[in-house]
Write a protein that binds this ligand. Sequence first.
Ligand code: NAP
Length: 250
Amino acid sequence: MKRVLITGGTSGIGLATAHRLAESQSAIVINGRNSERGGQARAAILARKPDANVRFIAADVSTQDGVSGLLAAAMDGFGGPIDVLVNSAGGEFIPTLFHENTPEIVDRVIRHWLISTIYCCLLALPHLDDGAAIVNVASDAGKVPTPGESVIGAAMAGISMFSRTLAMEAKRRKIRVNVVTPSLVRETLTHDRIMSNPFSSKLFGKALQAAHLGVVDADDVAAAIQFLVGKDAAKVTGQVISINGGISAG
Ligand SMILES: NC(=O)c1ccc[n+]([C@@H]2O[C@H](COP(=O)([O-])OP(=O)(O)OC[C@H]3O[C@@H](n4cnc5c(N)ncnc54)[C@H](OP(=O)(O)O)[C@@H]3O)[C@@H](O)[C@H]2O)c1
């Protein structure tokens, strides 16, 4: 039985990953800030797999206290070290041309994406089993310069470089660290926010036309995460994998 912690596990990619990992008798903690959404996500997992071992823990992973509290509560119930850490906490982001940003927006974006991911890895590290797997969810905005995504692109590129470097350090403990970078993922809150904004819906509407393999859904990304945390990827680390239906070659 694997012990799995998924930040941002109550919606979108994180929840789709929880559904998949619940199939293999894992003990799963899903995290988010909103308890109502957390309860609904837990119920959805149990509806599909009634004997799933799944807990919801409310915490804000953009703060050090939030991450510490999450880990303390998760470890309390696990009864052993963490085998799988998936960082998929999102936030309320709408693409914004750089000159329209404020220092406050810059701070929030860097904190909610880059700093939260680094905090989660840093504070989880002592609780990870040797041989554990980490997958950090970033975005193709960290690979492909995208108008409106300068700041979040910087955060996402930061997640990738951080993860690759951590992979080179953590391999001595046989801990693997990989990154998945979607472009736009349909049926997610992120998708709905982007497509409800006139500027970003125009931009991403064009991008989606280039997805000749089909527009990605959350389960497509979860499938890649499931591979990366599984034994078939036992020798894969430090990789940043685009999942975008062919929108770009990453
Ligand atoms: N969906 C896309 O099109 C897309 C494309 C590229 C990259 N990504 C990235 O992939 C990741 C997941 O995206 P998604 O679309 O699956 O997300 P989503 O559906 O918006 O869900 C976000 C999840 O993160 C939680 N969350 C947000 N802020 C949090 C915080 N500070 N602390 C703890 N939990 C937090 C949310 O719950 P609460 O709100 O209750 O906290 C929810 O569980 C994000 O980093 C996103 O930027 C998504």
